[in-house]
Design a protein around this ligand. Structure first.
Ligand SMILES: [Ca+2]
Ligand SMILES: [Ca+2]
Ligand SMILES: [Ca+2]
Ligand SMILES: [Ca+2]
Length: 382
């Protein structure tokens, strides 16, 4: 026994923090609490084809359980180093002459200090960003829209790597600023709260067997954004990454409401699974989003332990009374309890619902509920 079940919708599995003896629940450290930035809880997750997903009817378990682009700063000092760096124009009004500028928040001064770019430009809570430029040795702060980005390291005079904590504001084309004792400069980033928002593992069999499965991913930002560099991985309970989908496959981007659907062609997804049927195992299995390439999760590759490097979000689910899989629990973080969400006790019930996120926390599934299927649309949480 791995824990305590409360009804059929939610199984709470005790982890070491509360004295469980299953050896599971090794929390992955995590980055602390999310800040509820996902005001739109209606995103979906992408799904990929699984050669091993044979349970179409939900019968139960699956087999394995810059150039000088900123004319406004033309007056800044050290033109040879500052002006060539800005990758975005934040409207920093005319800079001052001499050592410092006082009229903008992304001005730079002397010493060859400048920011040239952030990679990726689309960053996410829990992810990392590499900032390039020059004169970084004395950088004291890295902020986005004035809020500390999180832990950062000065890799060299020309590179800084930072993690993105959940308190960083989300939005499109925000100002990422580096501050040094006598200088500051900035570039543009888009910040997302990237989460698995909805999944339908056991779908109706009306068109094809389990032929309407989908995963909906949400960004929390109402704008079409490319999720290049981020990958959806479908994990079986046997720790096989049976499908990995790059979230910009085929040039896909999120909808204007910040949702992206990966699914069977029958649900008209943004990114289609390779097959029309049985793409998502019914449980106990997991979904995860990584800031890593899909090639890190080659189909058929097995893992001794679940991968948490580059992990952004995850969700563990089951159908009925699947065998618990503590090996999946490191995907989740927070609080000593790992909720494994049950889609329903019978296939008849499961085929009328999907599992929808009703809060914005990353790597926490306790706010998922079994409710109406809404691929590409806001989740129904009431
Ligand atoms: Ca089904
Ligand atoms: Ca399925
Ligand atoms: Ca379902
Ligand atoms: Ca939805």
């Amino acid at each position: 026994m791995n824990g305590i079940r409360f009804g059929w919708l939610l199984a709470l599995v005790c982890v070491p923090a509360c004295g469980a003896d299953d050896g599971g629940g090794r929390m992955g450290g995590g980055t602390g609490s999310a800040t509820g930035t996902t005001s739109d809880v209606a995103t979906t997750l992408p799904v990929t084809v699984s050669a091993t997903n044979a349970s179409a009817d939900g019968s139960g378990t699956d087999p394995g359980s810059s150039s000088d682009s900123d004319p406004s700063d033309g007056g800044t000092s050290s033109p040879s180093t500052n002006d060539s760096a800005d990758s975005a124009d934040f409207g920093t009004a005319g800079s001052s002459s001499g050592g410092t500028s006082s009229t903008g928040d992304s001005t730079s001064t002397g010493g060859g200090f400048s920011v040239s770019a952030a990679s990726p430009q689309v960053i996410v809570h829990g992810g990392t960003v590499v900032i390039s430029g020059s004169g970084f040795a004395d950088v004291t702060d890295v902020t986005v829209s004035g809020v500390d980005i999180g832990v950062f390291s000065i890799d060299s005079d020309t590179q800084i790597t930072a993690t993105v904590q959940d308190t960083v504001p989300i939005g499109v084309d925000l100002e990422l600023q580096l501050v040094a004792p006598e200088a500051s400069d900035a570039t543009s980033v888009t910040v997302l709260h990237l989460v698995i928002n909805e999944v339908d593992p056991d779908s109706p069999n009306t068109i094809n067997a389990d032929g309407e499965e989908f995963v909906e991913i949400a960004t929390g930002v109402d704008a079409a954004v490319s999720l290049s560099g981020y990958t959806l991985v479908l994990w079986s309970g046997a720790l096989e990454a049976y499908t990995a989908v790059e979230l910009d496959a085929g040039g896909a981007a999120t909808s204007a409401t910040g949702l992206l659907v990966v699914g069977s062609t029958n649900v008209v997804p943004d990114i289609a699974f390779a097959g029309v049927s049985n793409n998502i195992q019914n449980g106990e299995d997991a979904l995860a989003i990584y800031q890593r390439p899909a090639s890190d999760f080659a189909p058929g590759a097995s893992f001794d332990t679940i991968e948490t490097d580059g992990l952004i979000d995850a969700f563990i689910y089951e159908s009925g009374t699947d065998t618990d899989v503590p090996a999946l629990y490191p995907l989740m973080t927070c609080c000593g309890l790992v909720p494994v969400i049950d889609e329903g006790p019978t296939s008849e019930i499961r085929e009328t619902v999907s599992l929808s996120r009703c809060s914005g926390d990353r790597r926490s599934s306790d706010e998922f509920v079994a409710t109406s299927m809404t691929p590409g649309l806001p989740n129904v949480c009431d």
